[in-house]
Design a protein around this ligand. Sequence first.
Ligand SMILES: [Zn+2]
Ligand SMILES: [Zn+2]
Length: 117
Amino acid sequence: MVFQDKDLTCRDCSKTFVFSGGEQEFFSAKGLVNEPKRCPNCRILMRVQRSGEDPNRTAEVACAECGSPTRVPFQPKGYRPVYCSYCFRTKKLEGQGGKEAAELEHSADEEQKLAAG
Ligand SMILES: [Zn+2]
Ligand SMILES: [Zn+2]
């Protein structure tokens, strides 16, 4: 199956964001059938708010790989690069993994639950 980039509209900020082929593949591999309702930025904000954390703790930074703005649920310390969710996942597929990768998967699961409920 070939996945093609798709433009979706975020229901929170009404901005258009790309649901990339890579992300669709990821969703499909996880058995997730619903498309994301929110842009990655709002997804992170929503997660932080739902977990009762302070949204001010999040920071918007430029992805070290593609340069697109991305929101992360922490204040980057500057000693390691920050990637947008897509580049992060790509890096993970290249063999790097870790805690953040697991969190991303968790995020996708949570998004799916919200979409279902
Ligand atoms: Zn949004
Ligand atoms: Zn990127």
